[in-house]
Write a protein that binds this ligand. Sequence first.
Ligand SMILES: [Zn+2]
Length: 294
Amino acid sequence: MSKWFTHLKLYRRLNLRVTYKTLSPLRIGSSKGKSLFSPVDLQVIRIMLNGRETPYIPGSSLKGVFRSIVETLLKSYSGLGACDMGQCSNERGGGDGDTRDKRLQDAVKEYNNGNLDAKQKIIDILNEYCLACKIFGSNTYASHIIFTDAYPLGNVSIGVKTGIAINRRSGAAKGGALYQVEFVNPGSVFQGLITLINPPNYVTGLILHVIENIINRSMVRIGGFKSRGFGNVNINIEGIDGMVIDDSKLKYIKVGDELKTLDEYDTNVRIVEKHELIKEFIRVWDEYVSKHAC
Ligand SMILES: [Zn+2]
């Protein structure tokens, strides 16, 4: 059975072409301070696109949202479980009490020094990580999912809200100090790509489940000011494409192909039209959960 969770071999790569549509104001702040040229105190994050400073959604923010949802989900199923934000790498074990991180680095060093037996050691250590770390990576473990930055599709309009600074201790208005917060208006659309590297079908199903059944049902919001209703976003899957390596040959997947299982918990998936395919992947994820339920 394949060791999809290592990065030793490429089995398949899937692209989810997505658009993110804001249903309520969206605020992803810039870490930079107030711009000298802006009257606004808290600007949204921008990037230079075609010579213009353009609001965008950073891939790192999206990855953070997905990871935290996946960790919560995995912990909610008995028999699965997950660590917090890559903490797996700090766990001790393996007899000598070293952290997993340290054991992994040592095994990689051994392998690079010509000890080919260390390859099995690497596989065994990687297999100890929780599913969240296998998908999203940790300090020493490369991710199997990539979120690109999402750039505007068409024009994005920016709103500004004026707030009153509150003294956190007394709860009283701080001498009436006003501050201005920028946000992206509802109805704005951004496009990006979510790439999965070597995903078993249940992992693709998990990511689609997060999109369809959690984010698109407004169970989780993105960005700042969530308690004021900001950050309600709908993710539309515009298309799914990808490639598989079959008999050392690269093939682009097409309707009718079958994505074979990548481990003993996986289920084959036949490529069909998008809506049915999404349902099928999510069904495979549900099956994975029921196999682990205890
Ligand atoms: Zn973990």
